[in-house]
Write a protein that binds this ligand. Sequence first.
Ligand code: ADP
Ligand code: GLC
Length: 488
Amino acid sequence: MPPAHNDARPLNVLFVTPECAPIAKTGGLGDVSAALPPALREEGIDARVLLPGYTSVLDAFPAAREVAALEVLGQPVRLLESVLATGVPLVIVDCPHLYARGGGPYQADDGDDWDDNALRFGVLAKAAAICGSEATPLSWRPDIVHCNDWPTALVPVYLAFTEGKRAATMITIHNLAFQGLFQFSDIRALEIPEAALGADGMEFHGRASFLKGALLHADAITTVSPTYAQEIQGPELGFGLEDVLKARRDALFGVLNGIDTATWNPATDPNIARPYGLLTLERKMASKRALKKRMKLAGSDDIPLLATVSRITHQKGIDVIASTLGEITKLAQVVVVGAGDREMIEQLKAAQARHPGRVGLSIGFDEPLAHLVEAGADIFLMPSRFEPCGMNQMYSQRYGTPPIANATGGLVDTIVDDATGDTLDGTGFLIPEASPDALLEGVVRALAARSNPSHWKRLQTNGMTRDFGWEPAARMYRRIYERIRPTS
Ligand code: ADP
Ligand code: GLC
């Protein structure tokens, strides 16, 4: 990596992302993309966001101004400019036949990937790469193009093979399980240089991996927690890319995500039944009652309420929760809010039918309900098999809802285990593995702690007073940007 240098000119950063809450969100990347750029601007960085022109994006910015019309990989593209609600300048890559359709960013409503994803995200990356090169049609030139996950991972590949002055590149890995793997026949139109494609390049077990391209060519690689940065260099969580990551470990950094402490604040949250804070924790009960009513869970206020809000996938261990419900429902009521894997949803529905009045299920993406769950639950469940960072365990601590979570990735870095049952700084419960037995033990341990009101209050207040703001991450990104910033 080039040495740091002191250039007085402010850093210009183009933050390229396939998601940005609340306009386009499937998970934590949407939250990060909404909150990190404003925090970078607070650090004196001129950060701007570049997003695909999904229908939701075009609808949110009807007055976006066209600043350029160009052909990108043979597709007619317009670059539009607007400003996000947070005040961050926005560039929209408008190409309606690729982005302006129903469904989600990556998938149709039936859950199948869009079959033109290679082209959709190839065009996005190529447009961003053009903005980072001498050929940019924008009046503003980025020093750094900060990319996020596989949909943006071709940017460092394109820029590495671009003549003339170019921006430096950073790829942030939010989830190594998603790599953007395509048949070579599907990427023919993407104008990827031949030299980038071989076994030493993007080739990955006979297919082309967008993410591997970025890992090879980005000037810096980051991931969203220090523990995950270590884990992905090993075979268990490296998803076959551990050797590539190890080879680049000098350019690899773990930067822990923060949370948007304004959006996720129980004292001001409009989605919960009654605001509360450290000194008014008893008001949390109003949200518990509202959540139970909505989920049709009867019975006394005292019955513990355990909950999760999550993509319903193997990663998140929702099957582990489902297979433990028989035991857990003897001790508590359980709420699951999420969307995803059809089989796991069937498993949850079957458990709900077996335990009437004990399990609440809401299938679908529901942002206001996610807030009510954070406030209304007594305990948050996160038995993830792996977790690059995880946002919900931070939200739940802020809402006085201690999490039970598997000791993996960012969960280790953000939860202080109530190790001895009388620790002064505990904020939740870490379990040793994502298995039904370990989860059940965690639940038993948490419920024992909850039966001691003063101890429980300490756990809650420890979590509520932790500083999960974005400032430390923004400062760390600034230091990495400064190291890779081009010298002229
Ligand atoms: P991941 O990005 O792996 O899905 P994170 O914990 O980082 O996991 O972030 C998940 C984010 O998505 C949180 O803000 C969570 O509340 C939200 N979320 C996930 N599923 C749903 C859902 N069904 N309804 C509302 N919000 C959801
Ligand atoms: C990914 C990860 C999650 C992380 C989020 C934001 O979706 O699965 O752990 O919190 O990205 O970085």
